[in-house]
Design a protein around this ligand. Structure first.
Ligand SMILES: *Cc1c(COP(=O)(O)O)cnc(C)c1O
Length: 368
C-alpha cells in the first residue's frame, strides 16, 4: 500500500535504521553531542535566530506559541480545521480573539488583516497557517507578515508551517515563530514539534509562560545541549538523520524543486482528466480535489490500486480527497497515483481509460 496522505508521510529506510539503534540515556555526553548536532541542523533549516524542539505533536507547538507569544489579543486566520485550532487554543487560555474567517478554498487577504489591525489596536499577535491542510490552501503569509510589520513591528507573527517547512522556500524576514512537526514534510514518525524563533520572539518570550510548554525554560536547556524534561531521543536521532539528508546530501533546493515538479505534474495530470482542484491558491504540500464521488474514488484507490489518500473533514467529508506531495517520493510512485485515479474514474464509468494522466505527469515532471 502506498501511503499518500498529507501526514503522516513514509519514513525513509535510512532514517528508520538510524532510529532502530538501542535507546540511550538522555542525560549523557553521547546524547548531548547528538542533540547539539541536531540543533545546529535545525537552526540551518529555519534560518532564524533560535529554535526549540518539543516532545509533542504539532498542536503542542501551536499551544506553546499562543501561551508564550500572545499577551493580550490574538488575530487569527481561520480557513479550515487548523486555523480554527488556533482560535480554540487562544480561547482555552482566556485570550481575546479576533477571527478572520474564510471559506476553506480562499486565501486570507492583506487588506482584511490591515482592517482588523486598525479596528483592534490592542492585537499583539497574529496566527496563520502557511498551508491550511484542510483544503490544501496556500495563504500569502510572507506578504501579510510584511504588511503587519510595516504597521507595527511589535506585533508577533506566528506561522504554522507544519505542511510548508521542508516543502518550499519560506521567506522568514517578517516571521517571528515558524512551527513545524515531525510527521509531515520531515518524514519522521509523529511526536516531535519544532519552532523557529526570531530575535523579537525571544525578547517577547522573556521568562516564558506555562510549565511544560514554557519556551524560556526549554530554550535555556536546549542551548546547553539538553532538554528541560526527558528528550524524545529516538525522534531527535531521526531528525538528525533526515536533516543531514535534506541539508547536507540532497540539498534543500533539490527537495523543493522535486516537490514543486511533483505537485505541478499531479495538478495538471488530474485537471487533464477532468478533475477539479479545490483551493483557489493550491499549496505544494498536497493536491486537494473536490468531487462528489470522492469517497468512491478513495475506496477504489485503496482496495484496487493500493493507494491510500486522505479524505475531507467536516463539510467537505465525502467531497474532497487529498494527495500528499511532502517528503522524498519517487516519481514512479507519484505517477502511479495519478494513473490509479484515472483508472478509478474509468471504473466509475466517468471516462474512458487512455493513460492520459500518467502521460501528462511524466511530460511535466521530466520536462526540464
Ligand atoms: C498536521 C497539522 C498540524 C498539527 O497536527 P498534530 O496532529 O498536532 O501534529 C497543525 N497544522 C497543520 C497545518 C497541519 O497540517
Amino acid at each position: 500500500m502506498l501511503l499518500f496522505t498529507p501526514g503522516p508521510t513514509p519514513v525513509p529506510e535510512r532514517v528508520r535504521q538510524a532510529m532502530a539503534t538501542p535507546t540511550i540515556h538522555h542525560r549523557t555526553p553521547e546524547f548531548t553531542k547528538i542533540f547539539k548536532q541536531t540543533r545546529e541542523l535545525l537552526l540551518e533549516l529555519f534560518g532564524m535566530e533560535d529554535a526549540v524542539m518539543l516532545a509533542s505533536t504539532g498542536t503542542g507547538a501551536m499551544e506553546a506559541c499562543v501561551t508564550n507569544l500572545c499577551k493580550q489579543k490574538a488575530l487569527v486566520v481561520n480557513a479550515g480545521k487548523f486555523g480554527e485550532r488556533f482560535v480554540k487554543i487562544a480561547e482555552a487560555f482566556g485570550k481575546e480573539v479576533v477571527e478572520l474567517r474564510y471559506d476553506w478554498d480562499t486565501p486570507a487577504s492583506v487588506e482584511d488583516v490591515k482592517t482588523a489591525l486598525q479596528a483592534h489596536p490592542d492585537i499583539d499577535a497574529f496566527f496563520v497557517q502557511i498551508c491550511e491542510s484542510s483544503g490544501g490552501l496556500r495563504h500569502p503569509v510572507e506578504e501579510i507578515a510584511s504588511a503587519i510589520k510595516a504597521i507595527n513591528p511589535d506585533i508577533t507573527v506566528v506561522a504554522d508551517g507544519i505542511t510548508a517547512v521542508g516543502v518550499e522556500p519560506i521567506d522568514v524576514s517578517n516571521i517571528d515563530a515558524l512551527i513545524t512537526g515531525s510527521q509531515k514534510a520531515l518524514m519522521l514518525p509523529p511526536g516531535l514539534a519544532m519552532i523557529g524563533l526570531s530575535a523579537h520572539a525571544l525578547r517577547k518570550i522573556g521568562n516564558g509562560s506555562g510549565f511544560y510548554f514554557n519556551l524560556a525554560s526549554e530554550l535555556k536547556k536546549q542551548r546547553e545541549g539538553t532538554t528541560a524534561y526527558t528528550a524524545a531521543t529516538t525522534l531527535v536521532i531521526g531528525l538528525r538523520e533526515i536533516l543531514t539528508i535534506i541539508l547536507k546530501e540532497l540539498g534543500r533546493d533539490e527537495l523543493y524543486d522535486q516537490t514543486d515538479r511533483r505537485a505541478s505534474a499531479t495538478r495538471l495530470a488530474l485537471e487533464g482528466i477532468g478533475l477539479q482542484i479545490y483551493p483557489k491558491k493550491p499549496a505544494n504540500a498536497m493536491t486537494a480535489i473536490i468531487d462528489d464521488q470522492a469517497e468512491e474514488i478513495r475506496k477504489l484507490l485503496k482496495n484496487r490500486y493500493g493507494v491510500n489518500v486522505a479524505g475531507g473533514q467536516e463539510h467537505l467529508k465525502g467531497k474532497l480527497f487529498r494527495i500528499n506531495h511532502m517528503g522524498l517520493i519517487e516519481p514512479n510512485e507519484a505517477a502511479w497515483v495519478v494513473n490509479a485515479i484515472e483508472k478509478a474514474l474509468a471504473d466509475l464509468g466517468r471516462i474512458e481509460y487512455t493513460g492520459k494522466a500518467n502521460k501528462i505527469f511524466n511530460e511535466i515532471y521530466f520536462e526540464a
